[in-house]
Design a protein around this ligand. Structure first.
Ligand code: MG
Length: 392
């Protein structure tokens, strides 16, 4: 039985603030939409529906996804002027894949526990549709400034997504609604019921909350942090020979002058040490294993690609980079004037805020190879946080 996800991400999401639509805003370095996609990645395929205005944001966002999830993404389709039209566009696109089931999900709900998906799937054995929902626990009141009425909460539920359906039935219900010119449904369960299908409740989860207001981003970050309780530290060290040249690359910044660094790649000792520190923290060997200096492919390579690879490995494990500290050891060049640019560039590659990156410099009082100006050394420490997992 094939079960596909349909993720509706065509909204403008302006209430959350922040300039870009909320589905593309990062939560701890990963766009909200990517987290929603990842939460449904155990299904057989994922159809996204986006706004034509958001196509560039979408392409940039999904670049963050690990390969095994990217492989499940079907080509995106564009939404309509209402959520209902967007869902119908997505369902039409899924037709050729002949799904048995479809799980229709809001992009703004980044966390879906796997057991909620299993409850939905089980419910579809005996129902046309099923939705994740929670019984209302608070007392309900109606009114504007003052309470005008008490509302009986007995039998009331808060509807979440995913809302799961047998594919053919929800497609025909949506087609009928479109043919009838009805666009007043707030969710897909409403469409299904209007065309005669029963829809069951399954127990939802408080973690399937919708990110709507600015403070919901903080809540989402707190939710992730709660599970990132495996704190790791890695160290890195690198040296490259100083040679006469008109520029060098150091911590991702081009420094013009009379000195260069000798090496197979761009010889950016700062980024090499940091890449090794991150690889060390996740037990992934060292930079030479991932990018062998014997491989002509890496001749002259820019080291920001090496670092970005290490960062991607951390993200693939569901982790974040908490902090890094780089110490550059040399008499020349003077690091001070370049420090802000280095901090900004490293933060950009790591996709973290500036204050999570430290760049320091020291000399060795003219002692040793760095003191004699023969070479430049770099030390780095990286702290990362991963979800605790003994199988990892
Ligand atoms: Mg090196």
């Amino acid at each position: 039985m094939a079960a596909y996800a349909l993720i509706v991400a065509a909204g403008k999401g302006v209430r959350a603030g922040g300039g870009v639509p909320k589905q593309y805003r990062p939560i701890l370095g990963q766009p909200l939409l990517c987290r929603s996609i990842a939460s449904l990645a155990q299904l057989d395929g994922i159809q996204t529906v986006i706004s034509p205005d958001g196509e560039a944001d979408y392409e940039a966002a999904i670049a963050h996804l690990p390969d095994h999830i990217k492989a499940k993404l079907l080509p995106h389709v564009f939404g309509g002027t209402t959520r209902q039209q967007s869902v119908l566009n997505g369902l039409n696109a899924l037709k050729s894949h002949e799904p048995d089931y479809v799980f229709i999900h809001d992009a703004a709900r980044p966390f879906v526990p796997q057991d909620a998906l299993e409850r939905l799937l089980n419910a579809l054995q005996s129902h046309i549709g099923a939705i994740a929902a929670l019984p209302v626990a608070d007392s309900l009141k109606r009114g504007a400034d003052c309470i005008e009425d008490d509302v009986d909460r007995t039998g009331l539920w808060r509807a979440q997504t995913p809302q799961a359906f047998r594919f053919k039935d929800i497609l025909s219900a949506h087609l009928n609604a479109a043919a009838d010119g009805r666009d007043d449904f707030t969710d897909d369960a409403g469409v299904a019921r209007a065309y005669g299908h029963d829809v069951a409740f399954v127990r939802g989860d408080e973690t399937i909350f919708k990110v709507t207001e600015p403070q919901d981003f903080a809540r989402a970050e707190a939710h992730i942090m709660q599970h990132l309780n495996d704190t790791r530290t890695g160290q890195g060290f690198d040296v490259h020979r100083l040679i006469p040249a008109d520029h060098m690359w150091l911590c991702g910044v081009k420094i013009d002058g009379t000195l260069g660094l000798e090496g197979h790649s761009d010889a950016d000792a700062g980024l090499h040490a940091l890449t090794d520190a991150i690889l060390g923290a996740i037990g992934e060997g060292d930079i030479g294993q991932h990018f062998p200096p014997t491989d002509p492919k890496w001749k002259g390579a820019r080291s920001d690609a090496f670092l970005a690879h290490a960062v991607q490995l951390v993200h693939d494990m569901g982790g974040i980079i908490s902090h890094c500290d780089i110490t550059l050891i040399c008499e020349r060049p003077k690091i001070g004037p370049h420090r802000p640019a280095m901090q900004a560039r490293v933060a950009e590659i790591l996709n973290v805020r500036h204050n999570r990156v430290s760049i320091k410099a020291t000399t060795t009082e003219k002692l040793g190879f760095t003191g004699r100006g023969e070479g430049l050394a770099a030390l780095a420490i990286a702290t990362i946080r991963l979800p605790w997992c003994d199988n990892m």
